[in-house]
Design a protein around this ligand. Structure first.
Ligand code: ATP
Length: 309
């Protein structure tokens, strides 16, 4: 399987400010690509460059093997984009969708608009004005708009922002279905746990640099560690003297979290801890590693006590 997007050494400056610093990214065909990063990291900037809304300062950005700089109009016919932006308040959903078709020189059949409205669960509301919709409903209009021309690639900037859990779940399952149909999806989001449920590939960007990227399952291998939550009379130096203990932290409730490499059995770990802590272990439990753990670990590593973000 090839790559649908190939970005090499992409740099974007806004005046003197460097928003993207030589980033490299590949998005394989038929993947769901989760693009994560704190506020101001550079996600929207990257996505806007992909759809030709922003020029870039240096580097190469290819979609379907073609350089975006030279072919953005042709490429955009195969892309559905959900921007993180407002839509016209006074249009009804139906009129808005037929108008955007006209803007793109595509005349959609009524049946196609109905089909897409059905897909995003808005068929019954098609004559309601966009200004009178809830945030979740508006977000679904945006997704319907991105889907209308049946694009091969969907680029979604924060599709889940501000939605209630049910609306978020519906959008996630819609995206999963679209991926099953063979579409490639790139989505940015702050809701990491949800990206984790659907993404096959992940990239984390921080201050304009990609700090982690790869297949979701390979990234878990990076976390080929386990974390335990322990309480009792625990002395940091003693625990850290065990060579398989890779980190010692406190959580928000001041409980001790230790990270161990995977080559140690749980029984051995417990025995060693009891010995090091003179049998004073009161509680010992395994914590699951998630994409969120990876995100926090990586961002914390980058920030190292500096101001956030
Ligand atoms: P968020 O998660 O908050 O939406 P983001 O990762 O999408 O953030 P971007 O919108 O890409 O971040 O912004 C990246 C950086 O570029 C930010 O520091 C932002 O302030 C800056 N920036 C974005 N647009 C402009 C602009 N038009 N002029 C100057 N700086 C800009």
């Amino acid at each position: 399987m090839g790559n649908i997007i190939e970005i090499q050494n992409l740099t974007k400056n806004y005046g003197k400010f460097q928003a993207l610093n030589r980033i490299n990214l590949t998005v394989p065909e038929e993947s769901i690509f989760g693009y994560l990063g704190p506020n101001g990291a550079g996600k929207t900037t990257t996505l806007k460059i992909l759809v030709g809304l922003l020029h870039y300062s240096q580097g190469s950005v290819k979609i379907f093997g073609q350089e975006v700089k030279n072919h953005s109009v042709a490429i955009n016919k195969q892309i559905g984009f959900l921007p993180d932006a407002e839509m016209p308040k006074y249009e009804t959903i139906y009129r808005f969708l037929s108008l955007t078709g006209k803007l793109n020189d595509i005349l959609y059949r009524k049946e196609r608009i109905s089909e897409v409205l059905q897909q995003v669960g808005l068929k019954k509301l098609q004559n309601r004005k966009i200004g009178n919709l809830s945030r979740g409903q508006k977000q679904r209009v945006g997704i319907a708009n991105a889907l209308l021309h049946d694009p091969q690639l969907l680029i979604l900037d924060e599709p889940n922002s501000g939605l209630d859990p049910i609306a978020r779940k519906n959008i996630l399952s819609l995206l999963k279905d679209l991926a099953k149909e063979g579409k490639s999806i790139i989505l940015s989001s702050h809701i990491i746990g949800e990206v984790d449920k659907i993404a096959t590939n992940i990239a984390i960007i921080h201050r304009g640099k990609i700090i982690e990227a790869g297949k979701r399952n390979d990234l878990t291998k990076y976390l080929a560690h386990r974390k335990y939550i322990i309480s009792g009379k625990i002395i940091q130096e003693k625990v850290l003297s065990l060579d398989y203990v890779t980190a010692f932290n406190l959580d928000l409730l001041d409980r001790v979290i230790i990270t161990v490499s995977n080559n140690i059995t749980e029984e051995q770990l417990l025995l060693d801890l009891i010995q090091k802590c003179d049998s004073k272990i009161k509680f010992f439990s395994l914590m699951e590693f998630s994409l969120e753990d990876l995100f926090f670990a990586k961002i914390t590593e980058e920030i190292k006590g500096e101001d956030y973000p």
